[in-house]
Structures are given as C-alpha cells and as structure tokens.
Design a protein around this ligand. Structure first.
Ligand SMILES: *Cc1c(COP(=O)(O)O)cnc(C)c1O
Length: 386
C-alpha cells in the first residue's frame, strides 16, 4: 500500500470508538426518517422549526427553478448575484432590524470570511474554548494571535483582553453552543468588548429562528443593538434550507464584499435556495406556534428524563445533550436506541472535549409530546439497565 499510515490511523480510530461512519438517509428530513430501509424517530437534525421539507418552501424553490434555472453560474462579483439573492439580503436585513445583510454559501465560509477579513497578523482574536470548529479554523487562517478562554469564563477573558497589546481585538463566540445548547452571556460580552475596544462576532447558527421575538435570534433575545457586533447566522438549521448571512452596518457588509475571500472566490449558491429561504423567513416570523411547541417539548423532555449516572446538561434551547462520558458507552447507547427505532447521534471527541462524549438530542417543532415521551422512557430504561 502506498500510504500505510492511512489504514493504521483508521484502525486506531476504530479501536478508540472514534471512527465515523455515514448512514444513507432515504427520506426528507423530519421527525420520522428512513435510513437504509428502516424508519426511525429522529432526534438528529438541526431543522428546529420543521421547515426543511415544508410545502411552501418546496413550492418557492420549484417556481424559482422554473424561472431561473438551477445553477448561479458565477461568483457574486462576476455575474452570479441574482435578483433572488438580492431580495433575500434585503429581507434578512429587514428581519434582523440591521442596516445590511450579506449572504454567504455556508456558515463555515461566512466565519472564514468574517474573521480573515477583519483580523490579521497584528491583531488578536479571543475565542471561547467550546466555539464551533469553523470559528477556530477562521482564526488560524487569519494569522491573528489566537487566545482561547475557558467556556463562558468572563473573568479570564477580561484579564486577557486587558493584557493584550495587539492593534485590533476581536471576541468571537457561538451565541448558542452547538454541542451544549447553552446561551452565551452576550450583554456581558458586549460590555467587555466596549471596555477594551474589541469587536464582538456572534455566531447565531442555533439561535436564529429559535430565540427572540419572531425568531429574530440572540440580539433580539437580549434586546441588543450595537455597531460593535458582527451578527452571523446560518440558514441550513432552523431556516431549513442552506447558507448563511452576516448582518450589520452597510460599511461592514460592503467591506466583506471587498475583502472576504470565501465570499469572493466561490460560485454563488443556486438562486432557488434564496427563493426557498424567503418563504422560510415568512414562516419563521409568522408561525410563533413552532417556537411554542419547541418550548413545550423542551420542558416535557427535561421533566420526564430521570437520570442517575448520565447527566442532562442545563439547556433552554432545542439542543438537549445527555453526557455519558466514555466514547464506547455513548456509541453503544446510540446503537441500542437505534435498534429500538430511535435515532440520536453519539457525539465524541474531537467534536466535544475528551471524557464528555454525549448523546446530542435535538428537538424540532415537527416532534409531538408523545415522541419526546417515547425517547425519555427509552433513555430512562436504558440507563437503569446499564
Ligand atoms: C453549523 C454551524 C456552522 C456551520 O454552518 P454551515 O452552514 O453548516 O456551514 C457554524 N457555526 C456553528 C455554531 C454551527 O453550528
């Protein structure tokens, strides 16, 4: 074999219970999914509002595809910037109440674009230890000094901000932490940023559509409006489609158009996605019952889980992690649940810290109270049997 270390490393991963395997989904995303010929009750997706296969989104995409075709054909700065992208940006700015919005192809690319455009060699970026991998990769690519602080530890963050001699400072954080479900203390972070003249970049991948009035996200949740924040959210989770956007001042988005390489050097997304997203935005805004349902499901799950050894994390969002600890036990529990027709993903290092392998239960407005009761009963029984 030409590269024997590949097989060796794959084997090491297998032995450590860390080798990932993809399973083939044969149905649309929803509370019930079909995987490799069998139906499961699913607690895996980030489709928190149950919009990923909503008829209004499908219809919007279908009429857009009939009118504008499938591919964007070019990058935004060449001639791929479609009227549908433009209209969605206008709608996103209006929805968030911020002056301007800029679409990116994915959240990963938005984070790369924001951080590399706004921070460089002479600058310093302060990042929560549990931030999403895309934010960490973004900082590395920016060549800025990379200073991480323990999860939500504002005392340490303040010390490090005060000690910094870098030209520009930027604090980057998940607004809702993707594997823990807890919400960052944004008002306190903003106060620190004001005190130390730092920018605050908020990645609201899991808050957009879920938190705040009308699902407007973490800024609305805390009632914050500040030019010091760079707001980023993704559109493939609660919004049910694909993509991401940045919102803020007109100068911010225009600067990113000039400087964000992950914006400039890539083909624009198919315009049909923007049409589906415009339909999604309307439902996010109008159908408060989806967020109400989520709140009921979260409360029901937290009430009915009676765990002794495993630990349900403290979370008020649809991300409800159960910490099991060992990689192997987590995998086994996930597999036994699957045998029972329930799909909950096992999340292991390096996605989460060592020794904190967990089931990441994610709830959706597409679930019923009975679905959640069924999951809780299965987990309670599995834990007491283990
Ligand atoms: C999912 C996620 C991203 C990446 O977004 P994509 O659109 O899937 O690339 C970025 N940040 C956080 C916190 C996420 O959970």
């Amino acid at each position: 074999m030409l590269f024997p270390y590949l097989a060796d490393e794959l084997n090491d991963l297998e032995v450590a219970g860390l080798r990932r395997h993809r399973r083939v989904l044969e149905s649309p995303q929803g509370a019930r999914i079909v995987v490799e010929g069998r139906e499961y009750l699913s607690f895996c997706s980030n489709d928190y509002l149950g919009l990923a296969s909503h008829p209004a989104l499908i219809e919007a995409a279908q009429s857009a595809v009939a009118r504008y075709g499938v591919g964007a054909g070019a990058s935004h700065l060449v001639n791929g910037h479609s009227v549908l992208h433009h209209e969605l940006e206008v709608a996103l700015a209006a929805f968030t109440g911020l002056p301007s919005a800029l679409l990116f192809s994915t959240g990963y690319m938005a984070n790369l674009g924001i951080v590399t455009a706004l921070a460089g060699r002479d600058d310093e970026v302060f990042a929560d230890k549990l931030n999403h991998a895309s934010l960490n990769d973004a900082v590395l690519l920016s060549r800025a000094k990379f200073t991480r602080y323990p999860h939500l530890d504002l005392v340490v963050l303040e010390k490090r901000l005060a000690a910094s001699r870098s030209k520009r400072k930027m604090v980057v954080t998940d607004a809702v932490f993707s594997m823990d479900g807890d919400i960052a203390p944004v008002p306190e972070l903003l106060a620190l940023c004001e005190c130390h003249d730092a920018l605050l970049v908020l990645d609201d991948a899991h808050g957009f559509g879920v938190l705040g009035r009308g699902g407007r996200g973490v800024l609305e949740h805390f009632g914050i409006a500040s030019e010091r924040t760079v707001y980023m959210a993704t559109l493939g989770k609660a919004a049910g489609v694909f993509g991401a956007f940045v919102a803020g001042s007109v100068e911010l988005t225009d600067y990113l158009v000039q400087r964000a390489r992950s914006y400039i050097y890539t083909t624009a997304t198919p315009p049909l996605l923007s049409a589906a997203l415009a339909a999604s935005l309307k439902l996010i805004d109008e159908e408060e019952w989806r967020r109400e349902r989520l709140r009921e499901l979260i409360a029901a799950l937290r009430q009915s889980l009676k765990l002794q050894r495993w630990r349900l994390m403290d979370s008020a969002t649809p991300i409800q992690p159960v910490i099991i600890g060992s990689n192997q036990e987590t995998l086994t529990v996930s597999e036994v649940l699957r045998d029972h027709g329930i799909w909950v993903p096992a999340i292991r290092p390096p996605t989460v810290p060592k020794g904190e392998a967990r089931l990441r239960i994610s709830l959706s407005a597409a679930h019923t109270i009975e679905d959640v009761a069924h999951l809780a009963a299965a987990l309670n029984e599995l834990e007491s049997a283990a």
